[in-house]
Ligand binder design. Structure first.
Ligand code: SF4
Length: 256
């Protein structure tokens, strides 16, 4: 039995996948996105909740908590695992989602893809997990490798490969692109992102998420420097421009 380390869960999530969802936030992420709203989930530490290191729970116990809300999920809802980085806990995720599928639950993962590898045991586990996963919420945080590294602390090579892999196995994805002024909000990056998305056949939905400094207070509490403190949210015009370039209207296989 694999234990998962989670930070928290939400019982009535409405923005992380279709319908009403039980949303689990895993603890631990290798990325350091400058716009991250959940810096309290970064640490992989093993301490108590006081140092934001989350707590351990079995897949069975977590599913039992989620299933209490099943009547609210209707035909579209289900469970989403977000982060942190869910794919950093593959053994737990496999057990959790295989149990969830056995209970007829729609399963969704919100992932950066940063841990993806086509090698060895990791790949075997990802393949097994994908068989129990209905949908993925993903983002190309920056299409340019150097800019991606500057924005997140990691290059994007294996993330791009993760997108290709998900296309190969025809796994449905929603792309949610965070638009950050001065970083990802420029027409060249958006056009390159669109050209890459056009090569994929498994995209159900593309959304533009305007950057907001919602998490400023959390960073202050955690004593972490907030790199984007001088960055404003994009204007309505820039958001419209990003929607146009990314052709978000074209992806209508799933509409709210
Ligand atoms: S991948 Fe997600 S959880 Fe990790 S730092 Fe980036 S936004 Fe935050």
């Amino acid at each position: 039995m694999a234990l998962g380390r989670i930070n928290k869960f939400e019982t009535f999530g409405s923005v992380d996948g279709p319908g009403i969802r039980f949303v689990v936030f895993t603890q631990g992420c290798p990325m350091r996105c400058k716009f991250c709203h959940n810096p309290e989930t970064w640490s992989f530490g093993s301490g108590d909740a006081a140092n934001s290191a989350g707590y351990e729970i079995s897949a069975g116990d977590l599913l039992a908590k989620a299933l209490r809300y099943k009547t609210y999920w209707g035909k579209d809802g289900g469970i989403t695992v977000s982060g942190g980085e869910p794919l950093a806990q593959l053994d737990f995720m496999i057990e959790f989602f295989e149990l969830a599928k056995a209970s007829g639950v729609h399963t969704c993962i919100d992932t950066s893809g940063v841990t993806f590898s086509r090698n060895g045991a990791t790949f075997e586990k990802i393949e097994r997990l994908m068989k129990a996963t209905d949908l993925l919420l993903v983002d190309i945080k920056h299409i340019d490798g150097a800019a991606h590294k500057e924005l997140t602390g990691h290059g994007n090579e294996n993330i791009i490969d993760f997108f290709r892999y998900l296309d190969e196995i025809r796994k449905p994805i929603w792309i949610r692109h965070v638009l950050v002024p001065g970083i990802s909000d420029n027409d060249e990056a958006l056009t390159r992102t669109r050209d890459f998305i056009r090569t994929l056949s498994n995209v159900e939905r593309v959304e533009v998420l305007p950057y907001h400094a919602f998490a400023l207070g959390k960073y202050a509490e955690l004593g972490i420097d907030y790199a984007l403190k001088d960055t404003q949210s994009p204007s309505a015009e820039r958001v419209a421009n990003a929607n146009e370039i990314l052709e978000t209207d074209k992806y209508t296989r799933w509409k709210k």
